[in-house]
Design a protein. Structure first.
Length: 94
């Protein structure tokens, strides 16, 4: 099982325009997540498009997407780590 945490894939709103709800759609057929910066566990390698939907009173529904690539074999030095190559070319390890 592969795990990746989107530390840089979060939502930031001002106190004057709070979110009524935040929903994350992972693009792999799994259940959606809620909250500002959830953790996500992928069950198999692949390329996914994660979408965040933010319901705001001031602006209505806002959405954003980010591509994520998950590899079956860790890219890290030890077998105790796993990594994902993100669409922007950075590697996130855990």
């Amino acid at each position: 099982m592969l795990t990746t945490t989107f530390y840089d894939f979060s939502v930031s709103l001002t106190p004057a325009h709070p979110a009524n709800g935040i929903t994350w759609v992972w693009g792999d057929g799994s259940a959606n997540s809620t909250g500002n910066a959830p953790e996500k566990m992928f069950r198999k390698p692949g390329r996914y498009t994660a979408t965040v939907n933010v319901d705001t009173t001031a602006y209505g529904m806002l959405s954003g997407t980010k591509g994520v690539s998950v590899f079956g074999d860790p890219l890290a030095v030890t077998n105790n780590n796993s990594c994902a190559l993100l669409a922007d070319g950075t590697v996130k390890c855990w």
